[in-house]
Design a protein around this ligand. Sequence first.
Ligand code: X2X
Length: 338
Amino acid sequence: MSINRRSVLLGASAGLLAAPFIRPGAARAAEFTYKLANNQPMEHPSNVRGGEAVKAILEETGGRMDIQIFPSNQLGADTDVLSQLRAGGVEFFLLSPLILSTLVPNASINGIGFAFPDYDAVWKAMDGELGAYARGQIENAGLVVMDKIWDNGFRQITSSTRPIVTPADLEGFKIRVPVSPLWTSMFTAFGSAPTSINFAEVYPALQTGVVDGQENPLAIIKVAKMWEVQKYISLTNHMWDGFWMLGNRRAWAALPEDIQEVVAKHFNAAAENQRADIMALNASLRSELEGQGFAINEVDPAPFEAKLREAGFYAEWKKTYGEEAWAKLEGAVGRELA
Ligand code: X2X
């Protein structure tokens, strides 16, 4: 036997032996190999639970449906991946409704400042009428969306220069905001200097001082190791944000109905588990982040909301979203906002 033929055979048999240990059920090529993109590292609950879901989907479809996760913006910044999703280069994308609003304007309505008092109100709204309204808008724009929204969280402001305690502390504050008109509008109403930056560029922007602060939920402040480039966290809870599990319509329609059902079932179950993970992190992360050197303060949200109202923020967005959508938001939160 020639050396070449011998090494080929060895390689082949090693491959056969190794395959079942690497990917159970995927010894044969899958019928459908789809990509799932997002902006968080593998340790974020979105990818921990997302990973469980794609494994369960592979198993339950007998290896026919293989979804591969591309975390940490590996396929591009969010606004680029949204274009890829529309074109079909990416089949699934876990994306903030506010960033999605660059394509589906009214999808951002959950992000109105200080609208939701707590998680009970959030899930009632997003699993109820407000969420159904948002999904209708998303489908009208030609995308597929799963029923259950995932949790990003209530957002908190971090800073390298000063703690944010009153609305006056936000005046002139150089803050990164995600790419979305609602975010820019909100921090403009506070008198800040907001700069739209995709998440993929946030850490270097903070590190080089392009901006002095940013805002994100505690879970992301942790997995992005922001204590390395930020000093203060102000618990402003200024808005709630989530992630919709979006799909490309042609890629979805190409799946047989039984596979669609398995995919939807596991993605929606993962969303419920991911919500519970973020809830648990909210409770434990405060002391952990203090241990990493963050100075953390609470704020009275009332003057912040009053500042937005004075600036005409609520009136402006009521006009932008329209009466129907605004009534659904007010119905969900149980009070008049504008
Ligand atoms: O970009 C952000 O800040 C993030 C990760 O929270 C979103 O996806 C909106």
